[in-house]
Write a protein that binds this ligand. Structure first.
Ligand code: SF4
Ligand code: SF4
Length: 72
């Protein structure tokens, strides 16, 4: 998953909505001068996309990586 620093306004909605506590505040500032969000516990991410759906600024992209055991 990726958070775009140029779009994130630091509202924190994605942190609140993630059911697996994957996301947390970064030390980096976004374009609005606010701290942005970053995935801190990617190993817990289920790919549910709630963060992407709730982000009001379309700043999150959840990219699903194919499992090696999945058929093509
Ligand atoms: S895809 Fe789901 S589990 Fe993963 S970070 Fe977003 S809300 Fe959390
Ligand atoms: S919901 Fe979107 S704009 Fe708000 S903190 Fe998360 S990534 Fe940034």
């Amino acid at each position: 998953m990726a958070v775009s620093p140029g779009l994130c306004k630091g509202c924190g909605l994605c942190i609140e909505k993630c059911p697996s506590q994957v996301l947390d505040w970064s030390d980096r500032l976004g374009v609005y001068g606010t701290r942005i969000v970053e995935p801190k516990h990617m190993e817990r991410c289920t790919g549910c996309r709630l963060c992407q759906l709730f982000c009001p600024d379309n700043a999150i992209d959840v990219i699903r990586v194919k499992d090696d055991n999945e058929p093509d």
